[in-house]
Each structure stands twice: as C-alpha cells, then as structure tokens.
Design a protein around this ligand. Structure first.
Ligand code: UTP
Length: 295
C-alpha cells in the first residue's frame, strides 16, 4: 500500500467505563469495576498500557457517576509523591499512571444505556477519524499486546477490525458472535455478520468478539437514534452489523490470552495466572496453590 492509500492512523482510543458493574456488587458500590486490581494494577491500567504500546495518543474515558477515581489514578498525586520523596522511596512505580498533559479526555454517559450508547457519547471527541475501543474488563495478555496486533492488521486491510477468539459452543449466548467469511490469512478473517448474545442454535459461529475494536467514525452516525437491542441496551454490535456491506470488516484472532475480568471466576483466574508469571511472585504463588489444594 502506498502512503496515499494507507489507512489513516489510529491515534485515539475510547474506554467505556460507565457501566454499573453489578456482577461485582457490593465491591463496586463505591469503587468502579475498572479500578479493581489484578495484583497491583487496576484493570484500567492494563488497558491503557496496551493502548500506548499500540501507539495510541489520546485516551477518551466515557465515565459516569462514582467513576472519578479512574481519572484521579492518571493524575499527579502531589502529597503521595512528596511523602514518598521525603522517605527516599522511588517514584518509578507510579510511572505508568503518568499521561501527557492534554491526552486524557473524559466525557459523561449520564445513564448507562449500553455499550453502543457509551461509545456514541464520545462522538465529538472522536471526530472524523478511525479510533480504537478498549473494554477494560477484558484483560488481554500477549506479546505484542492485542491492540498492537490489531493495528498491524489494520495497516494491511484498513476498514473496521474486531478482535475475536474461539469459545466452547455452550458459551456463545453470553457474547457478541461473528459470522466469518473469507479467510485472508491465518489470523485475519472477513466478517459477514454479527449478532449479540444469540441462542446457541442461532449462533453463526463460536468466534466471539473480545473487547477490542478499531472502527471507522461512520459508526457514530450508525449509532445515532439506534433502538435498544439485546438486554434492553443500545448495542455496539447492532451498529457494527448494520455497517457490514457498506465498509470492510475483518476479525483478528488474537494470539495471546484473554481473561473475562467482568466475571468473578475470570477475575480470580487472571489474578492467579499473572501471579504465576511474575518472577517476584511465581514460586510463592505455586507453593500457596499447592498448600490450598492440599497437594
Ligand atoms: P458490561 O457489559 O460488563 O457491563 O460492560 P457492566 O455494567 O460494566 O457490568 P455488569 O454486567 O453490570 O456486571 C462492558 C464495558 O462497557 C462499559 C462498562 O463500564 C464496561 O467497561 N459500559 C457498559 C458503559 O460504559 N456504559 C454502559 O451503559 C454499559
């Protein structure tokens, strides 16, 4: 592809963080789900790290009531830093929380009406350029990270991209599912249809959408005035489904691991898996697991 036809770069990312997190109540009554930590980093930090690795410059948080701690997490904490300085402690641990001034923008979703509605709330900031979406409760661990893999694919095919992964057939009805078309490569497939939370017998495949998207700005117009879908919510999947046929859509099979940290079991699994990978924790975690399992 020559420069003149190269897809426009992905500079902006939307992080919808306005959901109620009801599956984690009462923990999420006063703390946003996205601030629950996997070991020592909140979920939102993992997503922001993945975005930066992929070259994203501007972070757009769609927030709601009770979500201010997410924004504060990425602010300078003067008292904390000066106290740590006074005690001779290194501030390196805070480095991932630093954002270039002006590169974090928040918009408000006053009522959590669904993922599609949350994305639409960011329309004025996204403007007329392609953008990424991260669902922070889906923790994607890979090298390179999921969004970097997607940006590499986007640079080849442009258009719209969705990260997908295979799940057992009995699980499809909890997710957005794709209808796969032509295979472009081992990891890249055309998408011919999308359906949100289908019945198992109606699902077009067992490939589920897994929390990372690169979309063209036209999705905002498609979301405009869209009615409610599955679960009585305004669904992003429905808007994307309506765009298929008018714009290229591809699915990228993520080479890595995904943990559904919006569910309790997924959250525990992620905590254990990451602890087992960390050089400073792996041996002790293995020992602890053996003890707990009586092995
Ligand atoms: P979920 O479907 O996991 O919903 O949202 P939720 O409210 O966070 O959690 P539960 O199901 O009640 O436990 C996926 C992502 O979309 C955001 C959430 O914050 C989460 O990051 N979201 C969802 C919004 O920003 N607004 C919405 O109206 C819905």
């Amino acid at each position: 592809m020559t420069d003149a036809t190269a897809p426009r770069p992905i500079r902006k990312a939307v992080f919808p963080v306005a959901g109620l997190g009801t599956r984690f109540l009462p923990a999420t009554k006063a703390i946003p789900k996205e601030m629950l930590p996997i070991i020592d980093r909140p979920l939102i930090q993992y997503a922001v790290d993945e975005a930066r690795e992929a070259g994203i410059e501007q972070l757009i948080f769609v927030t709601g009531r009770g979500k201010t701690s997410i924004v504060e997490h990425f602010d300078t904490a003067y008292e904390l830093e000066s106290t740590m300085n006074g005690r001779g402690k290194s501030l390196e641990v805070l480095e991932p929380t630093r954002i270039q001034p002006g590169n974090l923008v928040t918009v408000r979703q006053q009522v959590p009406m669904g993922l599609g509605h949350a994305i639409w709330c960011a329309r004025a900031i996204v403007g007329d350029e392609p953008f990424a979406i991260f669902l922070p409760d889906e923790l994607m661990i890979g090298e390179p990270g999921c969004m970097k893999q997607m940006v590499e694919a986007y640079n080849q095919v442009g258009g719209n991209l969705i990260s997908v992964l295979e799940v057992p057939e009995e699980e499809v009805s909890s997710y957005g599912v794709i209808a796969p078309g032509a295979k472009i490569s081992d990891t890249l497939t055309e998408v011919t249809g999308l359906v949100e939370k289908p019945k198992r017998e109606d699902a077009p495949s067992n490939l589920i959408i897994s929390g990372r998207y690169i979309l063209q700005p036209e999705v905002m117009r498609t979301l405009e005035g869209q009615g409610k879908g599955a679960g009585g919510e305004i669904q992003l999947t429905d808007a994307m489904a309506r765009m298929i046929g008018t714009q290229p859509f591809h699915a990228v099979t993520f080479a890595g691991r995904r943990y559904d940290c919006g569910s309790k079991l997924g959250f525990v699994e992620a905590t254990l898996a990451l602890a087992l990978e960390r050089p400073d924790m792996a041996d002790d975690t293995r020992e602890m697991a053996r003890r707990l399992l009586g092995l």
